[in-house]
Design a protein around this ligand. Sequence first.
Ligand code: NAI
Ligand code: AKG
Length: 414
Amino acid sequence: MTENLNLFTSTQVVIKDALDKLGYDEGMYDLLKEPIRMVEVRIPVRMDDGKVKVFTGFRGQHNDAVGPTKGGVRFHPGVTADEVRALSMWMTLKAGIVDLPYGGGKGGIICDPREMSMGELERLSRGYVRALSQVMGPTKDIPAPDVFTNAQIMAWMMDEYSRIDEFNSPGFITGKPIVLGGSQGRDRATAEGVTIIINEAAKKRGIDMKGARVVIQGFGNAGSFLSKFLHDAGAKVIGISDAYGALHDPDGLDIDYLLDRRDSFGTVTTLFDNTITNAELLELDCDILVPAAIENQITEKNANNIKATIVVEAANGPTTSEATKILTDRGILLVPDVLASAGGVTVSYFEWVQNNMGYYWTEEEVREKMTTKMVDAFENVYNVASTRNIDMRLAAYMIGIRKTAEASRFRGWA
Ligand SMILES: NC(=O)C1=CN([C@@H]2O[C@H](COP(=O)(O)OP(=O)(O)OC[C@H]3O[C@@H](n4cnc5c(N)ncnc54)[C@H](O)[C@@H]3O)[C@@H](O)[C@H]2O)C=CC1
Ligand SMILES: O=C(O)CCC(=O)C(=O)O
C-alpha cells in the first residue's frame, strides 16, 4: 500500500483514534473531523507590470466552541485546501495542549512571495483581508505569521482590517511589529518554545545539551532563532538547511555568520558550494533532529535511516503516520508538532490579551508565562504517553482535542 501523504486525511485518523480513546461517540468525530467553516477566495492583484493576476486563498476554521479561532497564514506555492484544513485542526490541538481559549484556524495563499515585489505583496495581503473580513476579526478568527509571512505582512493586514472596521484593531492579528501592538518575544516565541521542549526531552533521554549534536531543517523564523538559542546554550549545530540545500560540519557550523548572511525568506545555502541535500541532512548522525521547514519530510522511505535519539517537530506535519510508527518502534523520542511548536501561538495569545487590555508586558514576563505553559504541556503529554503506552502524537491529540470536544458537547453540537 502506498503511504498516505494527505495531511488532512491522515490527521482525521489520529483524531478518530484520540476521540475513541477518550470515549467519545461517532457524532463527536463527525463534528471534529473537518473545519466547521472552510472558505476559498479569489484575490485580484494589480502586478507591477500593470496586469491583474488572480490569486487563490483559503481560510479554515476548525471549531470555535471554546473561543475564536486562531492560526497563521502562509504564502507558499504549494498551499492546498487539504493542507489548510489539516493545519486548522492542528491549531485546535495546540490551543488545547497549552490551554488557550481558542479553537484552531489557518489560512494560506497560493503564491511565491520570493518572486513578488513589496508592493505586490502589500496588495495581496490587503486583498486577502478584504476577501475574508466578514468571517475574521478579534473575537472571531485571529490570524498570525506562518511560512513566508512576517511582521510587515501582519501590519498591512491589521491596517486593512482597521480601515474596514473603522477602528484601530490591533487584536485582529498577532505577530505584528512591536510599535503596532506586537508582543515582546513573539518573533522568537516558536523557537523559544521548541528550545524548552528540546531541553525537557533531552532530560528524559539523559542527553546533556552542552555539546549535543543538533541538525535543523529550515532556517526561517523557527529554524534560525532555534539554531541561535541552541548554539548559545552550548549545543553543536552540525547541520542546517533551507529550500535550496543543506550545510554540514561535524565540528559545528558558524551559526552567527549564517544568521548574518540569511535573507528574509530564510535562505542562506545558496551562498555556498559544498552543500548536501535536504534528504541527506535528515539522515545525518546526530543526537537531536529538528524538522523546522515543511510537511512530509520524514516518511516510511527514510524513517529507518534517521540516526537521531530525539526528533522534535518544530514544523507542522513533518512526519507521516507511518514514519511516526517506525520512529517510535525504534525507540526514538518523537515530540509532535502540536506540542513542540505551540510556543508561537502561546505568545500570540499573550499579544492578543495585551491588545485587549491595552497594557504591555516585558519580554521577561512573556518568557516566564510561556515557559510555564510549555513545561507543563510537555509533562502532561509525556505522562499520558507513558502511562497509556502510546506514542507522544496520540497522547498530544488526546489532550489537545478534549477541551474542544467538551465545549462542543456543552453547546449541544455533538
Ligand atoms: N512562524 C511561526 O510562528 C510558526 C511556524 N511553525 C511552522 O514552522 C515551519 C517553518 O515556519 P517558519 O520558520 O515560520 O517559516 P519561514 O518562512 O520563516 O521559513 C521557512 C524555512 O523553510 C525552508 N523551506 C521552504 N521550503 C522548503 C523545502 N521544500 N525544503 C526544505 N526547506 C524548505 C525555507 O527556505 C526557510 O528556511 C512551518 O511548518 C510552520 O508552519 C509552527 C508554529 C509557529
Ligand atoms: O501564532 C499563531 O497564532 C499561530 C501560529 C501558527 O500558525 C502555528 O502554530 O502553526
